[in-house]
Design a binder for this molecule. Structure first.
Ligand SMILES: O=C(O)C(=O)C[C@]1(C(=O)O)C=C[C@@H](O)C=C1
Length: 365
């Protein structure tokens, strides 16, 4: 057992260290204020300064992870620096970020993971509204889900890219843990209905079949909406994550009920700002090919011949003709890299249309 004196001595050490950390964080914040002044000074007439620099943020976080010697693990340490940088950026210029709401959704958790908590986050009722809010310039960025490791593509998001001119400026991956949540008045042995988003119900299908085979599953607009409904219904439960559980004061009847333990969702950051290369980037493009045999093969050959790593390919109806399709392709590299430029030129010669949605740093956290 540790003696009272030992505990006191350690706490004194912690107080001293905290004072140093405080001083250093304040120094860093002053530096960020200077950075803002430099950014504004170097500007040609009429141009707006770009305060948020995702390529630099990725660099800062990677450097921290490379230098970290523990005992905190890399992800924990980067999370702390993520928040420091978020507060420094808010001093320069507080960002407004729209996400698929209401409050408590995984999209909000993704926004916080990517930007930190010093941003002004704005919940939207639908994915398309996130796109519209960004296009209208009402917010600086939007966060939208694009694929889930269990359930695949989020088609609403892919289709919205066909309708709006957006730049993808980043990606963020979130481990998705679902819980079965109940309210204070819920009679847990009399549950007749389970609410959740259709994607989440699908991600917990096997668990539900095993534990609640005869209970009605009701798809609602979001997990947070499901949590909200359960608060006032004694015979229902919700499937949602930690944020929604805390926000609506619900209790976990069962934890981590997703069928796959590695269940993760990838989100995209959308905006209007092009991101310079970091050396560890990804690019997303939309391509439509002529409707003829071998079109997909023709599209893929230049990637293969140049050793470019394709990370995802999705097909969606083009909406401009029956049985015509567009391909959403993600690959490793930046569209300004000479090799990638070359490949995109080759594809463009064969394609009906090619649109680069954006190049962005690979998710660090
Ligand atoms: O390096 C910059 O351009 C900064 O504005 C500083 C800083 C930081 O705190 O490190 C803050 C915001 C940017 O998004 C990137 C980095």
């Amino acid at each position: 057992m540790m003696s009272e004196q030992e505990l006191q001595a350690l706490r004194l050490r912690i107080d001293n260290l905290d004072e140093k950390i405080l001083e250093l964080i304040s120094d860093r914040a002053r530096c960020a204020e200077d950075v803002a002044r430099v950014k504004m000074k170097a500007l040609p007439e009429g141009e707006k300064p770009v305060f948020y620099r995702p390529e630099r943020e990725a660099q800062v976080l990677k450097r921290i992870m490379e230098r970290n010697k523990g005992p905190l693990d890399n992800e924990e340490m980067a999370r702390l620096f993520r928040e420091i940088m978020s507060s420094c950026l808010a001093l320069e210029n507080p960002l407004k970020v729209a996400y698929l709401g209401p409050e408590g959704t995984f999209s909000q958790a993704a926004a916080m993971k990517h930007f930190g908590h010093a941003v002004i986050s704005v919940p939207m009722a639908a994915i398309d509204e996130v796109f519209r809010e960004v296009a209208a310039g009402a917010v600086n960025f939007g966060v939208v889900p694009v694929e889930n490791s269990t359930e695949g593509a989020i088609n609403h998001t892919l289709d919205s890219f066909l309708e709006h001119d957006m730049v993808i400026c980043g990606e963020v991956e979130l481990r998705i843990h679902h819980h079965l949540l109940v309210g204070e008045t819920t009679k847990t042995d009399k549950i007749t209905r389970i609410y959740s988003h259709a994607q989440s119900l699908a991600q917990c299908r096997k668990w539900l079949d095993a534990h609640y085979p005869n209970v009605e599953r009701v798809a609602v607009s979001s997990n947070a909406d499901a949590a909200k409904r359960v608060k006032s219904e004694w015979n229902s439960a919700a499937i949602a994550g930690d944020m929604a559980a805390n926000l609506y004061g619900l209790t976990k009847l069962a934890e981590k009920i997703e069928d796959r333990p590695d269940n993760s969702t990838r989100f995209l950051i959308i905006g209007s700002q092009e991101v310079p290369p970091t050396g560890d980037d990804k690019t997303s493009v939309i391509v439509s090919m002529r409707n003829k045999p071998g079109a997909l093969h023709e599209l893929l050959v230049p990637f293969h011949n140049n050793g470019i790593d394709l990370t995802r390919i999705e097909t969606r109806p083009s909406r401009s003709g029956k049985w015509t399709y567009v391909f959403f392709i993600d690959f490793v590299g930046h569209h300004r890299d000479p090799l990638i430029k070359d490949v995109l030129e080759k594809i463009n010669q064969e394609a009906v249309a090619l649109k680069v949605l954006g190049s962005y740093p690979k998710a660090v956290l």
